[in-house]
Design a binder for this molecule. Structure first.
Ligand code: PLP
Length: 455
């Protein structure tokens, strides 16, 4: 076995095809429904928002989907991304477990998000789109679509959740550097934004509200389409490059993970790493455990309901069956902005419902403690979102220390935290608290779930 701590693939080993879990599932996920008719949506219903190529990827049952060469060409800027063995972290924890992490922070914007931003911009350009609208939480998605959009000459308008707009000026500047326009949400530019402001003038915003604004702007103009950075099947498909590369790198390391971990906001980085392993479990009867790590303040998988719901707050999106806290759930303004979404990708939700993965919820301060432990050992400061995966990995490694078992743990370090040092400063200053979500608000939000005849 190699003693190396870093496993690199040469460019020619970068995946040529994305992996689609849909092909291996024992049962198909529930249909996506039209909000007006309650009937399954067809391609025409989605055409105002997305290019046809992405709509086709949303429903394809093919196990493999070819990655277009212009996309691979841009991927080569940072892919294949490295896989590390966290030997110093293992030593710091004094654990018999072997810990590996796939590092997606090497991308131009410091997270896994360009893996889907680039193909989304590419397919839009191919089909004549001039402008993309989108929402962003912490700013990673906004900066990623801004970066990808400018390669293909697309205008990009980003509705940024207001709390993050104020807390993360550097992400905003990064979007502007790549030429995007960034608007704090809720804004007065849209009906949805104005409606929220009328009721809650001090609204700090949410991803659900920002999605409504971006969708409304895209639906209203022929030359404009909408881009979503997580949740949807085509996004999860694009992110599969992470897991496909990691499988080859784990082979290089002469190891195979017993446990695969990712943090979960909308589920895309988790799915990107884990779906190829779930597919292998299903095809080959392997028993690799998958763990989703989510924030206790926005506990979609662990406390939500598996039900049809809207993806946004203004009920503009199709109805998808997913784990949800209700589209009116507004989580406390924790720093892990990218994990503040009321729903969860329908494919991740379906896999969880089928028992193909587990989920844990962690409070933010224990995640920062884990993030600092990781940073000291490995020299990389994790994004606040990624600290949830770090926390889960450390917990599993410490369980091994107790039991004396030597398990192999692989987690996704979905991004670096160098734009989020204010969050670390707040943590060091003792300003971060573990505000639990509001039980009454959750109950009310779940009561408001739409009635769906098909259920
Ligand atoms: C956006 C983001 C997440 C959460 O999104 P998922 O779709 O759940 O992956 C996690 N980590 C980082 C670094 C992000 O930018």
């Amino acid at each position: 076995m190699s003693d190396s701590i870093k496993y690199l693939l040469t460019e020619d080993r970068m995946p040529k095809r994305w992996y689609n879990l849909m092909a291996d599932l024992p049962e198909a996920p529930p249909a996506v429904l039209h909000p007006g008719t309650g009937q399954p949506v067809g391609p025409d219903d989605l055409a105002p928002l997305f290019p046809m190529a992405l709509i086709a990827q949303e429903v394809t049952q093919e196990r493999e989907v070819e990655i277009p060469e212009p996309v691979r060409d841009i991927y080569r800027q940072w892919r294949p991304s490295p896989l590390f063995r966290a030997r110093k972290l293992e030593k710091a924890l004094d654990t018999p477990a072997k810990i590996y992490y796939k590092y997606e922070g090497v991308s131009p914007t410091g997270s896994h998000k360009p893996n889907t931003a680039v193909p989304q911009a590419f397919y839009n350009k191919e089909e004549g789109t001039k402008r993309l609208t989108t929402e962003t939480g912490a700013g990673q998605w906004g900066s990623s679509i801004a970066y990808a959009g400018q390669y293909f000459g697309l205008e990009v308008d980003v509705y940024m959740v207001k709390v993050s707009y104020e807390q993360k000026p550097y992400r905003r500047a990064l979007m502007q550097t790549f030429g995007a326009r960034c608007v704090p949400s809720p804004s007065v530019e849209t009906n949805s934004g104005r409606a929220v402001l009328a009721e809650h003038p001090d609204s700090t915003g949410s991803l659900g509200i920002a999605i409504s604004e971006a969708v409304e702007m895209a639906a209203g103009r022929d030359d404009t389409k909408y881009a979503l950075g997580s949740v949807l099947n085509h996004v999860l498909l694009h992110q599969s490059v992470i897991g496909l590369e990691a499988m080859e790198q784990m082979d290089m390391a002469g190891d195979d993970p017993d446990i695969v971990i990712g943090c979960a906001g909308g589920g895309s980085n988790l799915a990107g790493l884990a779906f190829p392993y779930i597919g292998r479990n299903l095809r080959e009867g392997k028993k690799t455990r998958i763990i989703a790590a989510e924030p206790a303040s926005c506990p979609t998988l662990t406390r939500g309901k598996f039900a049809y719901d809207f993806g946004d707050t203004a009920s503009l999106t199709p109805l998808v069956k997913m784990y949800t806290l209700g589209s009116h759930f507004v989580p406390s303004p924790i720093h892990a902005g990218g994990l503040r979404y009321h729903g969860m990708g329908p494919l991740v939700s379906h896999a969880y419902e089928l028992g193909l993965m587990e989920a844990r919820a962690y409070a933010q301060t224990e995640c920062f403690v884990a993030g600092v432990t990781f940073a000291k050992a490995e020299g990389i400061v994790p994004a606040p979102e990624s600290t949830h995966a770090v926390k889960a990995a450390i917990d599993e490694a410490l369980k091994c220390k107790e039991s004396g078992e030597s398990k192999t743990i692989l987690f996704n370090l979905s991004g670096h935290g160098y734009f989020d040092m204010q969050a670390y400063t707040d943590f060091f200053d003792g300003k971060l608290t573990d505000e639990p979500y509001d039980e009454a608000m959750l109950a009310k939000s779940l009561e408001g779930l739409p009635e769906v005849a098909a259920e």
